[in-house]
Write a protein that binds this ligand. Sequence first.
Ligand SMILES: C[S@@+](CC[C@H](N)C(=O)[O-])C[C@H]1O[C@@H](n2cnc3c(N)ncnc32)[C@H](O)[C@@H]1O
Length: 213
Amino acid sequence: MQKQVIQTGDGSNSIFIPEMNVAYHSIHGAVQESNHVFIEAGLKPLLHQHQTIKIFEMGFGTGLNALLSLQTAVLHQQKIDYTTVELFPLTPEEVVELNYTDENFVQLHRCDWEKDMVLNDRFSIHKTNQSLINYSTDKKFNLVYFDAFDPNTQPELWTKEIFEKLFLMMEPNGILVTYSSKGIVRRAMLEAGFSVEKIPGPPHKREMIRARR
Ligand SMILES: C[S@@+](CC[C@H](N)C(=O)[O-])C[C@H]1O[C@@H](n2cnc3c(N)ncnc32)[C@H](O)[C@@H]1O
């Protein structure tokens, strides 16, 4: 599948897949969107509520959510244990083309898959190359970044069954955040047992969802 590096509205780079007509982030701003949806609405409210915040991410992709989480961990002296699934990892050439110069970004991509990797005294990561559909774990997470391609592109990932699975992978009071605010997504989460709120989305997007277990 051909992937193109694109520059988004805030100047940060992302990936576009012409064949599927999808981008990994908002074309209005990749960093802006990731910060708003995952860091501000998901991670920030949990800072210093747990000795280690256990995060699960659906879709490692460019590693941008992981990078922003790592930076937040260091800045706020908060330990984070990050687990992420990715079915189609970027090639080393695509990672270079993304042109993120932060050394942590390079480390996040260079570190091994299928292993617990400690990147610094605040942040460890476990990347696994498999589908969310087959994934299972005994770990329980405080925070889920649900960052699949949109429900029109990947309807099989926005179902009651998938959200039930995530519900069972989470600690009580855990938070799940996602950029989508579609009715079918909200209903699937409610049926899976989550409490769901719509909150303001990033620029150019009225709403997003934050759900609680
Ligand atoms: C919207 S992008 C994620 C962007 C990413 N979080 C980032 O910060 O760059 C969706 C990601 O999910 C991956 N993906 C698609 N289907 C998947 C599946 N069934 N299981 C795991 N990952 C999947 C895609 O390859 C893509 O990297």
